[in-house]
Design a protein around this ligand. Structure first.
Ligand code: GUN
Length: 293
């Protein structure tokens, strides 16, 4: 069993981005600028956004945080998006999800200029990705692909089972793994809460991507010997022994599953750390106008 080290790989990706920003700065080019919009006071969102802003500082990107309280109207959020769309200094921006219930998330995402949609959530980016056209690929699937690539994990002809059909992770992951490229060329099964014989389906996976958001759901009896297991789950569970009062749990019961695998991502220290690195990568692409010329 080899542990896929998200901490190591995310640090490598960030170091590569930092080196590129130094070159851009030395030649007088434009410094990449990421903006983040945070509405409300969701604890996990605060942590994620803080880590995105901190990563910008580490790499040498410019960053802007737009904060509004939970009572902010949808119209006000749409106006902030309009301003960011039209601000020539902002290369890319994200609106942190979840939003307060009175705001329609689809209205918000569709208001973002696809050229600045470094989260890759806009239907135009999802559609372009599905067609194999240049597109921003959302951070979690992008992070998973990068881990597979940097560990030279074979994917062609393999059976990849993705468990969970979320718009942000499961759905794009399933599309990306069947593409005629590397990583890709898998036979893909997208399993979800209505899948019959889920245990058998999972057990037939050469590559198992767990993205259902149920802590320790995937147990050893669901995993084939020698499988590659990618754990996208990141759920806060109460843990009074921790200073924060919670522990982070993946979707995989790591202690019993890991011994059966050829490669596995830990939680924490796996996919989660890659997502911020992926967002930074997309921001650099945006500033260089690599996706939309
Ligand atoms: N909430 C959970 N994951 C994400 C993400 O990747 N981007 C944004 N904007 N919100 C999220």
């Amino acid at each position: 069993m080899e542990l896929i080290d998200g901490k190591l790989i995310s640090a490598q990706v960030k170091a590569e981005l930092q080196a590129e920003v130094e070159k851009i700065a030395a030649s007088g080019g434009k410094i990449p600028h990421l903006a983040a919009v945070l509405v409300g006071d969701n604890g996990a969102s605060e942590t994620y956004v803080a880590s995105k802003i901190k990563s910008c500082e580490q790499i040498g990107f410019k960053s802007t945080l737009v904060r509004r309280d939970a009572s902010t109207s949808e119209a006000e959020v749409l106006e902030i998006i309009n301003q960011l769309n039209n601000d020539p200094d902002v290369d890319g921006f994200i609106v942190q999800l979840p939003l307060p219930d009175h705001i329609n998330v689809d209205h918000v995402i569709e208001a973002i200029d696809p050229k600045k949609d470094v989260d890759g959530f806009h239907p135009i980016n999802i559609g372009r990705m599905a067609k194999g056209l240049p597109a921003y690929i959302s951070a979690t699937p992008f992070g998973v692909l990068e881990l597979i690539k940097r560990y030279n994990i074979e994917t062609a002809g393999k059976h990849c089972v993705v468990v969970g059909r979320s718009q942000i992770v499961g759905l794009p992951m399933s599309i990306l793994m069947q593409r005629n490229t590397y990583p890709g060329n898998c036979t893909v099964t997208l399993a979800h809460s209505k899948t019959q014989n889920l245990k058998e389906v999972c057990k037939s996976a050469d590559i198992l991507v767990a993205a259902l958001g149920k802590p320790e759901f995937i147990t050893a009896d669901m995993v084939k010997d020698g499988a590659v297991v990618i754990d996208v789950g990141l759920t806060r569970v109460v843990d009074t022994t921790k200073k924060s009062g919670f522990a982070l749990k993946g979707d995989v019961k790591f202690d019993e599953v890991s011994a059966k695998t050829s490669y596995i991502t830990p939680v924490p220290g796996g996919v989660g750390l890659m997502t911020v690195a992926a967002l930074m990568y997309n921001t650099l692409l945006a500033s260089k106008k690599e996706i939309y010329k």
